[in-house]
Design a protein around this ligand. Structure first.
Ligand SMILES: CC(C)(COP(=O)(O)OP(=O)(O)OC[C@H]1O[C@@H](n2cnc3c(N)ncnc32)[C@H](O)[C@@H]1OP(=O)(O)O)[C@@H](O)C(=O)NCCC(=O)NCCS
Length: 182
């Protein structure tokens, strides 16, 4: 597949929501109910939500397109200050920073290099806006994502726990500090 990465626009919102519905469950702990997943998709990854992200100047979304123009992946970089009480103290030494958020690639394109290209674009953007690092959270048993982040220079700096209904999820917080060669 040819790799084409571009900045998303508001017209991408429906396709982004569709892709999110396929890919978000892959990043979730398997014990989450279909109802919880549907609720998250509706609140955070719906067409309306993506329209909001795409028009927010503090957020950048990049999409990966396959050669038939369909979206096969996306990433969001969130430049707003971290408002999570557990995570913010972990970022004090790596600021200014931005959240590398919602990296999702369609399963047919895993291992294709799209994720890598999306990461590079996000890193380029963050550096151009003066960031010293990128940070992210990832479910602690998402081994594929953990390996991907590790090989791309992210180091785990702590934990983040959050309640979803009756359940407590355990994520790792990881940071990539930019070096001169990045
Ligand atoms: C996370 C994601 C973006 C990474 O993209 P990708 O194209 O799959 O990444 P790559 O293939 O380049 O890298 C994955 C690595 O994990 C390895 N891997 C795959 N399955 C694995 C497993 N079960 N255990 C350990 N490593 C595994 C691969 O071999 C590869 O490592 P290598 O390059 O050293 O061989 C993609 O898998 C994805 O969209 N997953 C679903 C959504 C998700 O989890 N997003 C992250 C949310 S934090």
């Amino acid at each position: 597949m040819e790799k084409r990465i571009r900045k998303a626009n508001v017209g991408d919102a429906p396709a982004l929501a569709e892709l999110a519905a396929v890919t978000f469950p892959l990043a979730c702990p398997p014990y989450h109910s279909a109802e919880n997943i549907a609720l998250h998709l509706e609140k955070v990854l719906s067409r309306d939500a993506f329209e909001g992200y795409a028009t927010n100047p503090d957020i950048a979304i990049y999409v990966a397109e396959s050669d038939d123009d369909s979206l096969v992946g996306y990433v969001m970089v969130d430049f707003r200050p971290c408002d999570d009480d557990e995570v913010a103290p972990l970022l004090r030494n790596v600021e200014p920073t931005a959240e590398f958020s919602k990296l999702y690639v369609h399963p047919d394109a895993h291992g294709s290099g799209f994720a890598q290209q999306l990461l590079e674009k996000a890193a380029e953007d963050a550096q151009a806006r003066g960031c010293a690092s990128l940070w992210l959270t990832v479910w602690k048993e998402n081994v594929r994502a953990l390996r991907f982040y590790d090989k791309n220079g992210f180091s785990v700096v702590g934990d983040r726990f959050y309640r979803v209904g009756e359940l407590l999820d355990h994520d790792f917080v990881a940071v990539r500090v930019f070096s001169k060669g990045d």
